[in-house]
Design a protein around this ligand. Sequence first.
Ligand code: 6PG
Length: 252
Amino acid sequence: MSLQVVSGLDQLVTIAADRVVELAAKAIAENGRFTIALAGGSTPKPIYEKLASEECARRVDWARVQIFWGDERCVPPEDPQSNYRMTREALLDRVPIPALNVHRIHGEQDPKDAAETYASELQAVFGGDAEKGDPPAEGFDLILLGMGDNGHTASLFPGLAAVLEQRKWVMVQYVEVVAMWRITLTPVVINAARNVTFLVSGAGKAEGLREVLEGAYQPEVLPAQVIKRRNGQLTWLVDRPAAGQLKNVDLY
Ligand code: 6PG
């Protein structure tokens, strides 16, 4: 696991966008495609806007990119809370990615049906069995994750079964703290990825980040702790305000 502390959000955005472009070029050169699961929330939006900029977009072979999401709110795609809507406006409407390469979680559908559909799409792209419990035969090239100030990530929230799920790839949960149904990748899929990068910005995340990285291991309370480096690379890309309470920065 590596921790990269950058000065502020602008630098985090630039470094994250460059990392996506570089990993895409590497994966496409090696395997003919780049598979990525995007984070929701607000932190990643400027990164997606940067990826859509002329400077970045022309460096990506979008026809070979397969886009998924780490989680979705169970709302229609045009709802202001939709992670898909945020990504469509920031990135998808501005780059030449084929519609078939965009694997939206159908938040407008019955959550159980939407989760089953999403699991089938993951199976079709990655192989393996989303129900039996074997992780994807080959994992995502990159999964981007955010972290809430309570230590949640994707829609793996404290106290919910999905945090400690060992078999299913996708789960539906009613999340009390945000009073909505959510669909999320489980650690089974996330921890099988070649690269996982957390994106954490702002002083509001400092206490949660210290607890997750330096506190006792208690993933049911701090779900981001369940994300482990299995075969791939786990990177925490954080800005200085978010790293403000870390004691052992140079140990990573
Ligand atoms: C979501 C995300 C969630 C998010 C964190 C951080 O759908 O909201 O998947 O896990 O990454 O809550 O959100 P911010 O980036 O807005 O702080």
